[in-house]
Design a protein around this ligand. Structure first.
Ligand code: NAP
Length: 292
């Protein structure tokens, strides 16, 4: 059961800061590795202590780079979230996948382990595997990703399915479909959403990044608060106060800008949010869950 504070969500004692750090593409370019590790550590120092990665990202490169970046840091000072591929989400593969993620990250326990998206393995089997991993102390909590309302309803019908801690989905200013039904469902069941691509890197409904960066309303609001358009976009996700955002940034400067977005979310006044809403409409009907 989730509890909410100003800058974090607690899920049965697991504290998740509202602003975490994404891990997609980390480690893909060796020449950027040192800067990426510095960025992760800078974010940690600024309170962005939740790190999101997956066995899929670079075939393990992202997990390895995160593990290297966090080596020597007291384990209790950060939270690690990784994901199992759908084809590995049954027994016994889920145990091997989790063990391999732990090895690459260089830790004994994951704070969160998510089913990356739904595949052919029955939910009942995945839930049983997740619960066994928790029982064995390999993970603290488990969750899902890319689950729409109907998937969540199915999950809730499975024994133990309502022990799901989070649902990680694509959500940004240009892709607001979840506000129509998934977000209300998540609130009613107290299962926090984690927003991926909060800086509009992906999503089928996206405008190009350039279209956001040159949008007159976003530019006006960004200038008013002396920040960049992407910080306004991150603040848009964070203004809800009960959604975790995991922007990925590969440089300390970008991380610092992203860390400011939480305070910015409460600084922006209602009229500016109204202008933004008038340009980037909230959904008025059910939309397919957007994915990257
Ligand atoms: P994102 O966070 O929306 O955008 C990342 C991009 O924005 C990077 O190119 C980054 O560049 C740039 N950026 C970050 N901060 C910036 C700033 N302050 N100013 C200018 N540019 C900035 O996209 P994402 O990485 O796709 O999504 C975030 C995380 O969500 C992923 O890393 C991953 O952990 C997770 N994710 C999950 C799923 C899923 O299916 N569950 C799918 C996609 C993503 P630099 O690297 O140069 O800083």
């Amino acid at each position: 059961m989730a509890e909410y504070t100003m800058d974090a969500i607690s899920v049965d004692g697991l504290i998740l800061p509202l602003v975490g750090q994404g891990g997609w593409c980390l480690g893909d370019d060796k020449a950027r590795a040192a800067e990426e590790k510095a960025a992760l550590r800078r974010g940690l120092a600024l309170g962005m202590s939740l790190f999101d990665t997956a066995e899929m990202y670079g075939g393990g490169r992202s997990e390895r780079l995160m593990g290297e970046a966090l080596r020597g840091v007291p384990r209790e000072s950060y939270q690690l979230c990784s994901k199992v591929l759908p084809q590995n989400a049954g027994r016994p593969d889920i145990f091997r996948s989790c063990e391999n993620s732990l090895k690459r990250l260089g830790v004994e326990t994951l704070d969160l382990y998510l089913l990356h998206w739904r595949g052919g393995v029955p939910l009942r089997e995945t839930v049983a595997g997740m619960e066994a991993l928790a029982e064995a102390g390999k993970i603290r909590r488990w969750g899902v990703s890319n689950f729409d309302v109907s998937d969540m309803e199915e999950l809730w019908a499975v024994p133990g399915g309502n022990r799901c801690a989070v649902n990680q989905v694509l959500y940004h200013l240009g892709s607001r479909g979840v506000e129509y039904d998934l977000l209300p469902w998540a609130r009613a069941h107290r299962v926090p959403l984690m927003a991926y691509c909060p800086l509009a890197q992906g999503g089928t409904l996206r405008r190009t990044r350039q279209a956001f960066l040159t949008d007159p309303v976003l530019l006006r609001v960004a200038q008013k608060y002396r920040v960049g358009v992407l910080q306004i976009m991150l603040a848009f996700v964070l203004r809800h106060g009960d959604i975790v955002a995991i922007p990925k940034a590969g440089t300390p400067t970008h991380v610092e800008q992203n860390a400011q977005a939480l305070a910015l979310a409460s600084d922006i006044d209602a009229r500016d949010w109204d202008d933004i809403d008038a340009t980037f409409w909230p959904p008025t009907a059910k939309m397919h869950l957007d994915i990257e």
